[in-house]
Write a protein that binds this ligand. Structure first.
Ligand SMILES: C[S@@+](CC[C@H](N)C(=O)[O-])C[C@H]1O[C@@H](n2cnc3c(N)ncnc32)[C@H](O)[C@@H]1O
Length: 245
């Protein structure tokens, strides 16, 4: 079981994501636990102020360290298998490998920034890692936190009904996954490839591998340099390149 503790100023943003679909099922099955912690509840003073103007001037407001630190103290179990992550556009870019590495923790604490950002001392003293979901700036860390929760959770055995579908996912295999089709066999003259309805398992597997290689070569040739290819893969790639030429 992985417990996600999310520190946020806007817990309501998570309601539809965590209250439906596979994430809810995973919670019901006890595979994951999602706890939302409102940073404002831990802000001292009558007005529970969580942000302030930046020292040195400049635009925007900065999230104060004390409310975040206090919230963190109520959340951390103190075990070695906890990790505290700040969602930030300046962190390492999230990918499947990072998601896989995170599955070894039993507690993942996610801190969502907002406004202009956070007091730098949060970054310097309170976190273990910083994750970005891409080279663009969002107004808050809530959507990035949902991305991390979803990507990590679906790697837990039992989250997805069919385990093998996770194993053949894009990036898990090191390649992009090939195309999928379902009924009807023909729609407005657009047909499903014959091989998929042939019932011939070996030929279907071969076709899938070839299409996965074809798609990776077309869209993410960089991945082919990192993945271990069999002699058969190399032969298929040469054939695909010939077809393309
Ligand atoms: C408006 S952003 C602050 C950006 C900051 N001023 C900067 O230039 O790096 C507010 C918060 O949104 C979250 N955020 C924005 N973009 C993100 C991204 N690409 N990945 C992860 N978190 C992001 C972070 O938690 C950040 O503290």
């Amino acid at each position: 079981m992985i417990q996600f503790d999310i520190l946020t100023l806007f817990p309501e943003i998570f309601q539809s994501s965590f209250g439906s679909s596979l994430t809810k099922k995973a919670c019901d099955k006890g595979l994951i636990k999602t706890n939302l912690h409102n940073i404002r509840d831990h802000a001292p003073g009558k007005h529970h102020v969580t942000d302030d103007a930046p020292f040195g001037g400049g635009g925007g407001m900065v999230m104060k360290i004390e409310p975040v630190h206090r919230t963190l103290e109520t959340v951390l179990s103190g075990g070695n298998d906890s990790i505290v992550i700040l969602l930030s556009p300046q962190g390492s870019t999230f990918n499947q490998e990072i998601a896989e590495n995170l599955t070894r923790y039993s507690q993942i604490v996610l801190i969502c920034g907002h406004y202009e950002g956070i007091d730098e001392r949060i970054r310097a003293h309170l976190i273990d890692d910083e994750i970005s979901i891409g080279d663009y700036v969002l107004s808050g860390g809530e959507f990035p936190a949902m991305v991390v929760v979803d990507a990590v959770s679906r790697l837990i055995p039992g989250f997805v009904g069919n385990e093998s579908s996770v194993l053949s996912d894009s990036y898990t295999t090191g390649l992009l996954e090939g195309p999928h089709y379902t009924r009807p066999r023909e729609y407005k003259g657009w047909k499903v490839p014959d091989v998929l309805i042939s019932g011939h398992e070996k030929r279907i597997d071969e076709w899938r591998r070839r299409e996965s290689l074809r798609r990776t070569l077309a869209r993410r040739p960089d991945l082919l340099k990192k993945v271990r290819l069999t002699d058969k893969d190399v032969k298929m790639l040469k054939e695909i390149e010939k077809e393309n030429a």
